[in-house]
Design a protein around this ligand. Structure first.
Ligand code: BGC
Length: 348
């Protein structure tokens, strides 16, 4: 069968190659791959800046934003042929650390976790794949065109869960949220914020095109002005930061309302310097009980929250997040950004 594979140590080694048919082990589902989403992490791996092949191998099957349909399921697994499913990305470290031992492997403490399509485990960009039933999440059949958004939505569901748990260390009633960055993560964060009844503001650099429109269609307010000006005018209770840009992060941290929570989800590429008076920032954070929390990855609980959030969302709006669907053999087009791209998907 065909799969999208690469050598994580070699830039531009991405190719469609023939790989062996997957054989389900006890407890595993056999799944027909429908689609994979392409994100910044996939592009970093393709540039040989991130990613690890399985031990003893040169090539890794890419793809961690999955969508598939179950072909066979073990009896008693809770899955049946025809179910629409998404595979979880991360697996706990083998030690396991305390977090992994408690099923919270998204918060792995020793870094020895593995990730499908990213770190030492083959991903989901193949015509067929297997997944352990415990690491598969069933979706509403209505999500057959947009279920590939569950993985990025799981990252955002976790971020919102972190925000709530941080907030609930004391009396907590957030009203206004600012989302910085209107890519798929930012827009899905805005969607969940709106679903929670918050007054949601989205900030990005672009002035027109699909991003402002998608934000407004949610009922959020879209801004493209200077981040300091926008954030200081809003004084949000919550910021979900989805750019990873140093100056935007700093502005978010400085401009929350008192008892504010900033959740950082963007993975910075580095190389940009911002001048910070750490003492002034420290003073403001202490005097306002502010919290900055980083958040990565997601565990099955967050995937289920994400699947529920997508099932509640407007299907036409979700469809609007997917800018292009590219067949597997034309994968290179999915890795070449176009100005109006939000999420690009490879169909299997
Ligand atoms: C994925 C996460 C993963 C992270 C780091 C992100 O693109 O969505 O699941 O943990 O990359 O590898």
């Amino acid at each position: 069968m065909r799969a999208l594979t690469l050598d994580p140590g070699t830039a531009d080694s991405l190719q469609v190659t023939e790989v062996p048919e997957p054989a389900p082990q006890p407890g595993e589902l056999l799944v027909e791959g429908l689609a994979v989403g392409v994100c910044g992490t996939d592009k970093e791996i393709a540039r040989a800046e991130y990613g690890w092949a399985p031990p003893g191998r040169d090539r890794l099957v890419l793809g961690h934003e999955s969508l598939g349909r179950v072909t066979t399921a073990p009896p008693g697994s809770g899955f049946a042929a025809g179910d629409l499913v998404v595979g979880v990305v991360r697996r706990p470290d083998p030690v396991p650390c305390g977090a992994c031992a408690h099923g919270e492997f998204d918060n792995c403490r020793n870094g020895d976790y593995t990730e499908r399509g990213i770190k030492e485990l083959d991903g989901y960009a193949s015509e067929r794949w297997c997944v352990e039933a415990d690491y598969a999440v069933v979706l509403d059949p209505g999500l057959s065109r947009v279920g590939v958004l569950v993985e990025p939505a799981s990252v955002v569901a976790k971020a919102w869960e972190q925000v709530r748990r941080v907030g609930e260390r004391a009396w907590y009633e957030p009203r206004r949220a600012l989302v910085t960055g209107a890519g798929p993560i930012g827009l899905l964060a805005a969607m969940i914020g709106v679903q929670q009844g918050l007054d949601v503001h989205v900030l990005d650099r672009v002035e027109d095109g699909p991003k402002p429109l998608l934000a407004r269609q949610l009922g959020a307010t879209y801004h493209h002005g200077d981040v300091d000006e926008v954030a200081s005018g809003l004084r949000p209770d919550v910021v979900i930061e989805a750019t990873g840009v140093g100056s935007v992060v700093l502005s978010a941290v400085r401009n929350t309302a008192a008892f504010g929570v900033v959740c950082l989800t963007g993975i910075s590429s580095g190389g940009h310097t911002v001048n910070v008076d750490v003492a002034i920032t420290n003073r403001a954070m202490v005097l306002e009980n502010d919290v900055v929390v980083g958040s990565v990855n997601a565990n099955p609980r967050h995937y289920r929250q994400a699947a529920d959030a997508l099932a509640k969302a407007d299907p036409t709006w979700l469809e609007g997040l997917i800018s292009r669907r590219v067949p597997l053999e034309r994968f290179a087009e999915a890795f070449t950004a176009r100005p109006d791209d939000v999420k690009v998907v490879i169909t299997l």
